[in-house]
Design a protein around this ligand. Structure first.
Ligand SMILES: NC(=O)c1ccc[n+]([C@@H]2O[C@H](COP(=O)([O-])OP(=O)(O)OC[C@H]3O[C@@H](n4cnc5c(N)ncnc54)[C@H](OP(=O)(O)O)[C@@H]3O)[C@@H](O)[C@H]2O)c1
Length: 431
């Protein structure tokens, strides 16, 4: 005899109907049969919260409200999908939804990076789910594997290309030899970068994401303020060309690694990666996370890190999880992480460096540079030189791994003594 379907209907409220909200709605609509079968319950979108009631939308006006409190306060709604973004009013609405007994799925990286620890603990205390897979890496499953399949590992290092806009810009700079401003303008024209690109190109977005991933991996909230951050504005096509000559590409990476008990070093900055590294082949708007765990070894996840459809895929995956948990009578994976982890300063980093300088092209300059670096325990691994006009030369060094403070102190001494005329650029090197 065929099993009769569960008569209960899951009632959904959506906050936001932009790129992600409309994609999530579309997936709920287009894949209804598949999703219903996988949850074991049917569902209905009751109401969608927006800001501007005058915008033309693909659904009847009666579906929408600008009164978002009416959604999170509606006793009939079981699950709220928070897809509006920003910390306020989204944070208050999420908190109120939880206090009103609703499960929440969010794509909001800023909210989770800044308040995830408190909100997840609140959901757990109410036996509710708060899921946020879409907040990091769009359609790439990263949050759930870190919470579950990889949870038994000591994570020894995690590095991610977590922002599609900057990866698109850097890929264009490399493949077409264009300057940052040209590649940015092209990204803006194609809709990959916003009119104000600060959040992406200055590394804020990546800092939110690496903070979230690090908090899950290390079990304690890694505060965004403790993540060292640099953006990509200073990278030039000249650096791209030298990097290529030396067998490297330049990527904006979010990196986190443990620094002894209860301490991590988390950072976001342009990084030279060897062309043979798995992350080096992740180009365009694609994102990826590479990690090394003590038992699993190296693992890499990659895919489309943003956009309506991939992000909807992650939101709806979380929604299905909520539905299944509700049917099973529990909350599945609102896994709280506490506070109290320390973050080490960037000056303690040990890595290799790329340095591009200009000097007077005369005898003994190279020797003087090598001597000062030697005094600070910085040894040189590779070098490229080019003669410039006016009796000057350009030199690019790669160093062996050394302490960042030593590298910076040596550079300062070389600059202040006049041995180096211009420090054009320097970047950290991985791999
Ligand atoms: N876009 C992506 O590819 C992507 C990927 C991963 C995660 N995310 C995250 O997903 C969230 C949504 O991003 P999005 O790109 O979909 O944003 P979006 O296109 O700007 O859409 C935002 C939606 O929320 C509504 N909204 C915003 N503030 C509101 C307020 N104060 N009151 C009422 N409604 C408000 C807007 O209403 P109106 O329509 O009336 O303007 C709009 O419908 C963000 O947290 C973002 O970080 C986005």
């Amino acid at each position: 005899m065929a099993e009769s379907p569960n008569p209960r209907v899951l009632r959904i409220g959506i906050l936001g109907f932009g790129t992600v909200g409309s994609g999530a709605y579309r997936m709920l609509h287009d894949n209804r049969e598949e999703i219903t079968r996988k949850i074991g319950l049917s569902y209905e979108v009751v109401r969608i919260g927006i800001r501007d009631s005058e915008k033309t939308r693909a659904l009847p006006k009666t579906m929408f409200t600008t009164d978002l409190l009416s959604i999170v306060d509606d006793p009939e709604i079981d699950v709220v999908l928070e897809l509006m973004g920003g910390v306020e009013p989204a944070g208050d609405l999420v908190e109120r939804a939880i206090m009103n007994g609703k499960h929440v799925v969010t794509a909001n990286k800023e909210l989770i990076a800044k308040h995830g620890s408190r909100l997840v603990a609140l959901a757990k205390s109410q036996s509710l789910d708060l899921h946020y897979e879409a907040a990091v890496g769009g359609g790439i499953p990263l949050v759930q594997p870190l919470k579950h399949q990889l949870a038994g590992n000591d994570v020894l290092k995690m590095m991610g290309i977590l922002n599609g806009t900057t990866n698109y810009i850097l890929s264009k700079m490399k493949s077409e030899g264009s300057d940052f401003s040209v590649a940015l303008a092209e990204a803006q024209a194609k809709g990959y970068a916003e009119a104000d690109p600060t959040n992406d190109v200055d590394g804020f977005d990546t800092a939110y994401k690496i903070s979230i991933l690090a908090s899950i991996a290390f079990g304690k909230q890694v505060p965004v303020a403790g993540v060292y951050r640099e953006g990509i504005r200073t990278i030039t096509k000249i650096d791209m060309q030298y990097a290529d000559l030396l067998g490297y590409c330049i990527k904006l990476l979010g990196v986190v690694e443990p620094r002894g008990q209860g301490c991590v070093l988390a950072r976001v900055h342009p990084t030279l990666l060897p062309n043979a590294h798995p992350l080096a082949s992740v180009n365009g708007v694609y994102n990826a996370l590479w990690l090394h765990g003590d038992f699993v070894g190296d693992v890499m996840f990659s895919g489309r890190g943003a956009g309506s459809d991939p992000t909807a895929s992650a939101v709806i995956g979380d929604f299905i999880d909520v539905g299944r948990n509700m049917l099973a009578g529990g909350c599945g994976s609102a896994i709280p992480y506490g506070i109290g982890i320390e973050t080490a300063p960037i000056s303690e980093l040990v890595t290799s460096y790329y340095l591009r300088i200009q000097v007077q092209d005369r005898p003994k300059v190279l020797g003087a540079i090598a001597t000062v670096f030697g005094e600070f325990d910085v040894s040189l691994a590779a070098m490229e030189m080019k003669t410039l006009d006016g009796g000057r030369g350009e030199i690019v060094f790669l160093t062996h791994p050394c302490v960042e403070k030593s590298f910076c102190d040596a550079l300062h001494q070389l600059e202040s003594s006049g041995t180096i005329e211009v420090v054009c650029n320097w970047f950290r090197v991985e791999g």
